[in-house]
Design a protein around this ligand. Structure first.
Ligand SMILES: [Fe+2]
Ligand SMILES: [Fe+2]
Length: 135
């Protein structure tokens, strides 16, 4: 059980790196791009930022946080709430018919998701590993 969870945390960190790469590409999107250009640029990022992000946040919400329980306390609720906001910005980025709304969503998504991953890596994952006896 603990070994499975330690492997899961390793996997989640790897996925963070993939998401950081995708967010960096998002930041390179040219200002003034039209909807077709934005949609084309997003196509390559979709596997990581759509299906990948959904699976990632579900693994944290449904597997990691419940397994850690009181060890992470109220921090899990903050991360859980942020997952909802992150997915909402992501949905606007990939789904809005307005280029301006998509670009704004891209900026919001980058800031929120990068900060969210920074805090998971700095606080949540180290505490979880310590609690699980991994380090
Ligand atoms: Fe998360
Ligand atoms: Fe995460």
């Amino acid at each position: 059980m603990a070994t499975d969870l330690l492997s899961l945390i390793d996997q989640l960190e790897l996925e963070h790196r993939q998401m950081r790469d995708a967010l960096a590409h998002l930041g390179e999107m040219p200002a003034g791009a039209d909807l077709a250009a934005v949609a084309a640029a997003l196509r390559d990022l979709a596997p990581v930022l759509v299906a990948g992000l959904d699976e990632h946040s579900a693994a944290e919400d449904d597997v990691l946080f419940p397994a850690l329980g009181a060890a992470v306390g109220s921090a899990a609720e903050v991360f859980r709430a942020e997952h909802v906001d992150i997915r909402a910005w992501r949905d606007q980025l990939f789904g809005s018919s307005s280029v301006d709304d998509r670009l704004r969503a891209g900026t919001e998504l980058r800031e929120l998701l990068e900060d969210h991953m920074d805090r998971e890596e700095a606080m949540l994952f180290p505490s979880a590993r310590e609690w699980l006896g991994g380090e």
